[in-house]
Design a protein around this ligand. Sequence first.
Ligand code: ADP
Ligand code: MG
Length: 617
Amino acid sequence: MDIIQLLPDHVANQIAAGEVVQRPASVVKELLENAIDAGASQIKLIIKDAGKTLVQVIDDGAGMSVTDARLCFERHATSKIKSAEDLFQLHTKGFRGEALASIAAIAHVELRTKTENAEVGTSIKMEGSEVISQEVVATPKGTSIAVKNLFYNIPARRNFLKSNPVETRHIIDEFHRVALAHPSVGFVMLNNGAEVFHLPISSLRQRIVHVFGAKTNEKLVPVQETTEIVSISGFVLKPEFAKKSRGEQYFFVNDRFIKSGYLHHSVLSAFEGLLRDSAQPGYFLFLKVDPKTIDINIHPTKTEVKFEDEHALYAMLRSSVKHSLGQFSVAPVLDFERDKNLDTPYEHQKKSPNMPNIEVDRNFNPFQEEGRQQKNIHFPFQREKTPSWESLYSGLEKEHKVTFSDSETQLDTMEFESEELTGFLFNEEDSKAITFQLHTKYILTPIKNAFLVIHQQLAHERILYEELLRNITVKEAVSQQLLFPLELGFSKKEVVLLEEYKEQLQDTGFVFESFSKELITISGIPVNVNDSEIKAILDQLISDLQNELPDAGYSQNDLMVKSMAKSLAIKTGTPLTKDQQEHLVNSLFACKEPSVSPTNRATFVTIPLGDLDRKFV
Ligand code: ADP
Ligand code: MG
């Protein structure tokens, strides 16, 4: 009796999907790449619920004919290669003809597309590999593909997905990779209705800066070299900006993002002698090689590439990076055409919280009419280095000193920055803020014709939130080295969760020595934080991450920083000295949004004297 059967298409597709679509980010990658292959000049990515509910990509590329629109969901249906030979001439991202078939097998898909010359477009709805409707529609040239309810028919897969912040981070990673590879294409990304990236068509330098922030501009050292077998271009980050953790490390081969330990090693060796121990160089390097000489067919998700002449490539990459670094240290100004367009600040997030109706005139100084003098603001709760600690330190030799003095300079600049930000609200001795603490909960302070009632805990949350967010955004957090590393016990699951946030935590100043099954060893912690508080902070973070605070918004950083601000803030019930009260008030009004806490509660209320007066008539 014969027992072998051919699998029905939808089953075969579902199996194939297991390889192609691991998570929402895989859908993002496939759709973005299709849009690029279609020659789009503007691409919009729309995400809802970390892609679990919706991933949509809209492009203004070539579009599809009616027949193609129907065919594109068939397995091995592709317009990109026709014969085996074409595999060696690849100029497109896709070539397998598998992505749309796979996606349509495990999600609800809505396609709308129109070619330039067609009068009308086509709309097709798919569910579990079945066409459920096909219509003629009016739609602009290009293609929109909406992928809804991913894994709706594979509950195990759906349950396997990570929390929204983690999945969102994967999506953003894919988005970055495609956006960096194609600066000549404009990108917009919307996450839960908020625009998180708006990347206009630009040069590579501008694109990098738009993605990673204005501060990146000065860090870029151009690399440019053309040889017979490869042309190399792009940027490396100046060695002094190398990070402990792998930060921005991007290789693109023929505009395709790839991972290569071998090429990474080549760049690393070019930096030899320029980096401190275990620091990681940053780079955005584009390699162009003859498509004949590479084989990208070796991995289904296609981030690994086999090169024909790896050794030569290694040597050339190394020498051109070395050359650029050398040139740069001889003549630092040489290659740096400054681009004014880049002076826009990095928009960390565009979420605008609902502001209560409180107007604050930040230039208004209720305590002093004239003779403004600046005073350096030291935040009162910052842990002071005790003299004994410092004297312990001064005995240590150079190697340690390096990291220390480094963070010292950063500390200086930070203070300088906060000094700039700080208004002239409360100044020198003679005009000290008058403050009173009430019920170890509120700080009262009189201003002209009114007084403020400040909620000490919420105010402090706001201050810490902005400070941490600033550190994490500029990635220059200062950390204090612990003399004795902390060993903290967690459950396995918690360790995994924290490890996922490792990079973000490092950006706030944590230094991790190791993550083992149920133990985390920490050798550095953010300044402002007491080592006795660390466990509580991490516990709080774990619980917030697991519950995903109700209005967590999209940003992982945001969630984490909110959680940390909450843990670190001085609590109701804490008595504060006059100095601490004054500093709290000062620091609050140095904030960008002093009037609301990170969780959108008012931090203070203004009570006009008139209101009091009226009570006495
Ligand atoms: P591949 O990209 O490997 O060819 P896909 O399943 O991703 O396979 O896509 C199948 C085909 O559908 C593509 O070859 C292309 O012809 C067409 N297609 C997919 N996305 C788009 C798009 N955004 N614009 C135009 N055509 C598209
Ligand atoms: Mg494709």
